[in-house]
Design a protein around this ligand. Structure first.
Ligand code: CTP
Length: 398
């Protein structure tokens, strides 16, 4: 799978570095050559001798002066590689990368190249959750850096949560996916997902039962085909996939603005369950039962994002896909909806409570296009996503 691929492996300073020898061996088993770079902190966790013996190559260390002419050649290391993998990627390394710092060999190599990069973060759960790390992660994803993990679990520091580096086999799979020329490589695909929250007052809102599971699975499937995915999500109950550009919004109007900011794109998929109505004048202070009495809410119509994008005269994405959640007469309603909104395809599904689809892990959809209505059997949402992503790839490529 990785025959003749050259991987520059930057080993950061974290306890997860103990998994690196296994990673090197598995990459070599698949035919890759691995050139290791050990950061100064990485040397605290794994020895240069171990790494170079396993890789069968010299290990590059942070022991020389990059200003020396004779050492400048090392910069070439990152340019001749097919992929740079940073594992473990510490919070510090991510911060350097996100800000373009170049103050040691590893960060200089990363800055001085346009070779694709994949990172496998590993850190304490609080460091992972820290707003600074979230910011850096978002920046790295926006810069096109691939991210695998971290996984959730018990950590060396005794805490529990996301922060454990992915297992070597998971990293190998991500490397294979990153190096594969997916049919959507170089394409930009927009996906909206999740519910919207429409405020009544600062503490209350109107929402719906969408979990965001189908949109999330779809974004991951499109990513796996090589697309750069802009994932505009309302407050969903499932986390966004890694390796996509995440834009978080709350209301329909915010979603509409985020969609505009994400254009132009090669395909746009509107899987979000957008509220059609918002409270016309949401109170800016909490409504009090005794002071304000029974609320008498008036509603104003939200922008119909799908219809607006479908009917754009300039800059309309070449493929616009809507979803239709219906509880009765699914095909008839969805067909009418497709015509009304002007999108190319509608993915219709029956969300009546008996189906267990809304918030569940399965879906049964009908794909409505110029070709007519195509009923898909009931299957997992991930499988629906894989199939739909393949159809999107075929349409975008043609
Ligand atoms: N949608 C949107 N913006 C809205 C409402 C819906 O982009 N304000 C998109 C959804 O993401 C979905 C499609 O439109 O792709 C269908 O949404 P749905 O709520 O089923 O359609 P409605 O226009 O609300 O029609 P109805 O209320 O008659 O079912």
């Amino acid at each position: 799978m990785l025959a003749n691929k050259r991987i520059l492996l930057i080993i950061g300073g974290g306890i997860a570095a103990f998994k690196v020898p296994d990673l090197i061996r598995r990459l070599q088993d698949r035919g890759a050559s691995v050139t290791p770079v050990l950061t100064r902190a990485g040397e605290e966790f794994v020895t240069p001798l171990t790494v170079s013996a396993l890789a069968g190559q010299k290990v590059y260390r942070d022991l020389f002066d990059l200003t020396e002419e004779s050492e400048m050649g090392h910069i070439q290391l990152s340019r001749s590689a097919d992929l740079i993998v940073v594992a473990p990627a510490t919070a510090d390394m991510m911060a350097k990368m996100a800000n373009g710092l170049a103050n040691d060999l590893a960060s200089t190599l990363l800055l001085a190249t346009d070779t694709p990069v994949l990172i496998a973060p590993a850190m304490n759960v609080r460091m992972w959750d820290h707003p600074a790390t979230r910011r850096n992660l978002a920046q790295l994803v926006a810069d096109g850096v691939g991210v695998i993990g971290p996984n959730e679990g018990g950590m060396a520091c005794g805490e529990f949560g996301p922060g454990r580096m992915s297992e070597p086999l998971e990293i190998v799979a991500a490397i294979e996916a990153k190096l594969a020329d997916g049919p959507l490589k170089g394409r930009r695909v927009l996906v909206t997902s999740g519910p919207t929250h429409e405020p009544i007052d600062p503490v209350r809102y109107i929402a719906n039962r969408s979990s965001g599971a189908q949109g999330t699975a779809l974004a991951a499937a499109l990513r796996d085909l090589g697309a750069h995915v802009v994932f505009v999500t309302g407050p969903a109950s499932v986390p966004p996939p890694s390796g996509v550009e995440v834009v978080r919004v709350e209301t329909a109007r915010e979603m509409s603005e985020a969609v505009d900011a994400a254009l132009p794109c090669d395909a746009a998929v509107f899987a979000a369950a957008v509220a059609d109505w918002r409270v016309a004048s949401a109170s800016d202070r909490k409504l009090k039962k005794t002071r304000d009495g029974m609320p008498n809410l008036e509603f104003a119509e939200n922008p119909d994002i799908l219809a607006r994008v479908s009917q754009m005269t300039g800059g309309r994405p070449p493929l616009v896909v809507g979803f239709a959640a219906e509880t009765d007469d699914v095909i008839a309603h969805a067909t009418a909806k497709r015509a009304r909104k002007g999108c190319d395809w509608i993915v219709a599904n029956d969300v009546s409570p008996a189906t267990g689809i809304m918030g569940g892990s399965e879906n049964a959809v009908v794909l409505i296009s110029d070709e007519g209505a195509e009923e898909w059997p009931r299957m997992g949402k991930a499988e629906v996503a894989t199939r739909l992503a393949a159809r999107i790839a075929a349409a975008v490529a043609s």
